[in-house]
Write a protein that binds this ligand. Structure first.
Ligand SMILES: Nc1ncnc2c1ncn2[C@@H]1O[C@H](COP(=O)(O)OP(=O)(O)OP(=O)(O)O)[C@@H](O)[C@H]1O
Length: 247
């Protein structure tokens, strides 16, 4: 289990978060009252059956989806209910996001894939490039700085995407199926990297289908039918943990 002190500050807090999608047959209640607290330095894996709401939860935390109800706090700031520009700015500065299929910019070098988001967040170009080079070295891609993502292996692309996610020193690193597009060895390599980042003090929340990858995290959070059924914040109400279905 995670060795994170129970007194470490809460970096992520969700309270009563709901999200329903319109669909042709019937509305899909993807999140049905999610309560969760994650403390600084935790490495958390969110697991559960397909369709239980894992990606929706991560997207709501990233501000890529909005919650219909409830509150989402990241690094002490309430991010739910904000306008899209505020949310995008907050995400740039405080949240790093890693996706299953990397989402790199194909037309620019590995180094620029990292430096551009830093420059957009306001860092001077030269500083952004220096930071990008440091991150490439840290993640074992120092000799790939000038290459395009298309010539990198899947594992290298994902390491590059992780470097990009770290460039603005986020309070929270989110990863949605970060090993899903990689073979088993590549996946375990990414897990090892997350474990290293965790040891360095990063706070990581990862959605995964892989039991092997999840087992490498410090804490497991189990979801089912749009709620967290285990691994929730200690102080969340028991009825909420089993779904507070009001409809
Ligand atoms: N944009 C959307 N519009 C309509 N329904 C959606 C949308 N996004 C997600 N859903 C539905 O919400 C539910 C939860 O989806 P979500 O992707 O969060 O689940 P998941 O646990 O991540 O699934 P998987 O493990 O298969 O990736 C599913 O029934 C899904 O079909």
């Amino acid at each position: 289990m995670s060795a994170v002190a129970p007194t470490a500050p809460v970096v992520l807090r969700l309270r009563g978060v709901r999200r329903t999608f319109d669909a042709e047959l019937a509305p899909v209640r993807a999140l049905r009252g999610v309560n969760l607290e994650i403390r600084a330095g935790e490495f958390v894996a969110i697991i559960g059956p397909s369709g239980c709401g894992k990606s929706t939860l991560l997207n709501v935390v990233a501000g890529l989806e909005t919650a219909d109800e409830g509150t989402v706090e990241v690094a002490g700031e309430t991010i739910s209910g904000r306008d899209p520009d505020w949310t995008a700015r907050f995400r740039r500065h405080h949240i790093g996001v890693v996706f299953q299929f990397f989402n790199l910019i194909d037309g620019v070098s590995a180094m620029q894939n990292i430096a551009l988001p830093a420059a957009i967040a306001g860092m001077r170009r030269r500083d952004a490039e220096a930071r990008a080079r440091d991150l490439l070295d840290l993640l074992g891609l120092g000799d790939r700085a000038d290459q395009l993502p298309s010539v990198l292996s899947g594992g290298q692309r994902q390491r590059l995407a992780i470097a990009r996610a770290l460039v603005n020193e986020p309070a929270l690193l989110l990863a949605d199926e970060p090993t899903g597009a990689l073979d088993s060895d590549g996946g375990l390599e990414i897990l090892e990297l997350f474990r290293r980042l965790h040891m360095d003090g990063h706070t990581i929340v990862m959605v995964t289908h892989s039991a092997e990858v999840a087992a490498g995290a410090g804490r497991l959070v189990h979801m089912r039918d749009g709620v967290i059924i285990d691994g929730r914040a200690e102080d969340a109400g028991a009825s909420e943990a089993h779904g507070d279905d009001r409809e």
